[in-house]
Design a protein around this ligand. Structure first.
Ligand code: ATP
Ligand code: MG
Length: 328
């Protein structure tokens, strides 16, 4: 049996004033020591979901329903003072743009040391420097003593992302949420950061929730994948099963549009049509992918069935009749 670190049940997020639903009742678990990826097109609600888990969405703007259970605490019921203890210690996050997440006028050393002190207020000055060096070594930054004295602009994008990973690790989190951590980086640096994350995940035995729009990147790191579309749950399963045998037509489309699967010069497939806008999506009763789906059934317009097999959960009426997740 797997031990779950985080259990998300029927999570719904809407914008207070407009009542637009951004996340539409999704459920998933993050297991101990795994990398779970959330993948989906731009606007599918990935970052909003991540921000709920980090307690970063203001209740003045957003209404959150459902539960997010971290061990025996429900994060959606927690006040800000308690959340401050969870954030950084139990869950930490790294973001897409490593420049904007660092303060440009402070050295790397002072920013990293501040994070370490926040976590361990009684640390001596000597120990603090040693700890800062240890964390830079952990994220494989060469010459860490010299790097501590540098400013963010003196570093490459990949280095800055390593610094942010180091800062996220100071509280020894159980889960690291990585929201598009490699999207702003070029391909070779992207691969190095992925390798580093896999190394750290193994070494520290933490779980990672890896968010990306790129199934190609996800396939390099994730044990399991949750596919989202327009705030809705599409399909969840082991990465290799999803890639070899996608059940949902949307997942099939995503796989066909992975660039690395195509020969140079060949035209890349893309899914025709666009993700529905929030207002449009809110008026749709059945499957939100209906308008773009080449395999739609009349029933898909009315309601979507969840089909749960041994290795997969898929929300698609194509499989609802046989209940076995077998392709029809
Ligand atoms: N306060 C808000 N008011 C209105 N719409 C909002 C608000 N906050 C988020 N949204 C909308 O919610 C949707 C989901 O946003 P989110 O940032 O989670 O997408 P994403 O999947 O992370 O996309 P990307 O791949 O571009 O990062 C978007 O359509 C966004 O415009
Ligand atoms: Mg996002």
């Amino acid at each position: 049996m797997y031990k779950n670190i985080l259990e998300v049940k029927n999570l719904e997020v809407s914008v207070n004033q407009s009542e637009l639903k951004i996340v539409k009742g999704i459920s998933f678990n993050v297991r101990e020591g795994e990398v779970l990826a959330i993948v989906g097109e731009s606007g599918s609600g990935k970052s909003v979901t991540a921000k709920v888990l980090m307690g970063l969405l203001s209740r003045d703007t957003y209404n959150i329903d459902g539960s997010v259970q971290l061990e025996n605490k429900d994060l959606t019921k927690m006040n800000e003072a308690t959340y401050r203890k969870v954030r950084g210690n139990d869950i930490a996050m790294i973001f897409q743009e490593p420049m904007t997440s660092l303060n440009p006028v402070l050295t790397i050393g002072s920013q990293l040391k501040e994070a370490i002190t926040r976590n361990n207020p009684n640390i001596s000055r000597k120990q603090l420097t040693q700890e800062a060096i240890r964390f830079l070594e952990m994220v494989q930054i060469p010459n860490p003593k010299m790097r501590l004295k540098q400013y963010p602009f003196e570093m490459s994008g990949g280095m800055r992302q390593r610094i942010l990973i180091a800062m996220a690790l100071v509280g020894d989190p159980k889960i690291l949420i990585a929201d598009e951590p490699t999207t702003a980086l070029d391909v070779t640096v992207q691969a190095d950061i992925i390798k580093l994350l896999i190394h750290l995940q193994n070494k520290l035995n933490m779980s990672i929730l890896f968010i990306s729009h790129d199934l190609g990147v996800v396939s390099q790191i994730a044990n399991r994948v949750l596919v989202m579309y327009s705030g809705d749950f599409i399909e969840l399963g082991e990465t290799k099963n999803i890639l070899n045998n996608p059940l949902h037509p949307y997942t099939e489309g995503l796989i066909e549009s992975i660039p690395s699967l195509y020969q140079k010069g060949e035209i890349l497939n893309s899914i025709p049509g666009q993700i529905p806008g929030l207002a449009e999506g809110n008026h749709m009763k059945g499957c939100l992918f209906y308008n773009r789906c080449s395999k739609r059934l009349p029933s898909c317009k009315e309601a979507v069935q969840e089909v749960h097999t041994e290795e997969r959960i898929v929300h698609c009426n194509l499989y609802a009749q046989n209940k076995k997740g077998v392709k029809v």
